[in-house]
Design a protein around this ligand. Structure first.
Ligand code: SAM
Ligand code: SF4
Length: 348
């Protein structure tokens, strides 16, 4: 383990001064918003003594957010399975024989019924995901109607539909889409070990189009896919060095799916996962860092450490597209134990 570099420690000191603030006190801007991180600098933070890393991450978190509030999103698969991409982790790829039944794009009214239930369950953002490489022109009218309908319910909207053309982006923007999710998944170096049907550069191109349009960006990745620590660090550096930080950064722990190429990947050490959350918080001080896939297999203690390290968003509801997620009651009990409250839409 290396010591935190002296310049980074200086930042820790100033952040630590703010530790005297009461929880929930006025949110102050981060000392620095950088877009020029080097891999080595970020790696030194990632490999610092765990207590130093956590202290720095939590200090930055507390400087920018109420540390006792977590934003809740809910996600629905609006078009499941049969995807032409070959993502090695995914149950929905047509390249893997996972036994998942493919379905067509859902009817708009059914999506709106689900969104109403999500709102009643405490969600403030409704995410809709489709197993596409890219949407087809003929699907865009229905997708835009979903955005308009969900927004009219008073929820924030997020879509994840694969790669977008300029025209797709402008139609989604016109429909009022708040966020677009497009994960970079891993480091550029490790990318082709995970997906071969598109490139890391393709991912960045869609992200640039979305950013340009004014739709907010949700982008993160998956850890525990057999990558090395340098890949985890570089994935976060790539996100932090975008011209603007994604507003939302989901960090997924791989859910191993039988009969996919990554179905037998060894489980990542939970401490390594917490390090990823902490590094995301330090590199992107004002982004919502979402503790995403894999929470069902995380202990309460591990999740508590993640919230301390800077995670401040989760998916609620017992399904995550096609995978499991903690039951609403289990989450309510966990948040009550930790004294964590919902972040209301007005707080965002
Ligand atoms: N097809 C779209 C795309 O890939 O951009 C959207 C749907 S995709 C299922 C949404 C995200 O879920 C992926 O980018 C990936 O990060 C995450 N994901 C999918 N399968 C996963 C798994 N088995 N474990 C953890 N995360 C997973
Ligand atoms: Fe398709 Fe998305 Fe799954 Fe990749 S992650 S196979 S693009 S649904």
């Amino acid at each position: 383990m290396q010591d935190v570099q002296s310049s980074q420690l200086k930042e820790t000191q100033s952040a630590a001064d703010m530790m005297s603030q009461q929880p929930g006190a006025e949110v102050k801007p981060a000392a620095t918003m950088r877009h020029d991180w080097s891999s080595d600098e970020a790696r030194a933070l990632y490999e610092a003594s765990f207590n130093d890393l956590l202290f720095e991450a939590h200090s930055i978190h507390r400087t920018n957010f109420d540390p006792n509030k977590v934003q809740k999103s809910r996600i629905l698969s609006i078009k499941t399975g049969g995807c032409p991409e070959d993502c090695g982790y995914c149950s929905q790829s047509a390249h893997h024989k996972t036994g998942l039944k493919a379905s067509r794009l859902m009817q708009v009214e059914r999506v709106l019924d689900e969104a109403r239930a999500a709102k009643a369950g405490g969600a403030t953002r409704y995410c809709m995901g489709a197993a596409w490489r890219a949407p087809k022109g003929r699907d865009m009218a229905a997708v835009c109607a979903m955005v308009e309908g969900v927004k009219a319910l008073g929820l924030e909207t997020c879509m994840t539909l694969g790669m977008l053309s300029d025209e797709d982006v402008s139609r989604l923007k016109h429909a009022g889409l708040d966020y677009y999710n497009h994960n970079i998944d891993t480091s550029e170096r490790y990318y082709d070990k995970v997906v071969t049907t598109r490139t890391f550069a393709d991912r960045l191109q869609t992200l640039a189009r979305v950013r340009e349009s004014g739709i907010k960006v949700c982008s993160g990745g998956i850890v525990g896919m057999g990558e090395g620590p340098g890949d985890r660090v570089d994935m976060l550096v790539s996100l932090a060095n975008l011209p603007e930080h994604p507003e939302s950064v989901p960090i997924n722990m791989l859910i191993p799916i039988a009969d996919t190429p990554l179905g037998a990947a060894p489980r990542l050490d939970p401490i390594e996962f917490v390090r990823c959350i902490a590094l995301a918080r330090i590199l992107m001080p004002r982004s919502y860092v979402r503790l995403s896939a894999g929470r069902s297999d995380m202990s309460d203690e591990m999740q508590a450490l993640c919230f301390f390290a800077g995670a401040n968003s989760v998916f609620i509801g017992d399904t995550l597209l096609t995978a499991g997620n903690p039951e609403i009651d289990a989450d309510a009990a966990l948040f009550a134990k930790l004294g964590i409250e919902d972040l209301a839409l007005g707080d965002l």
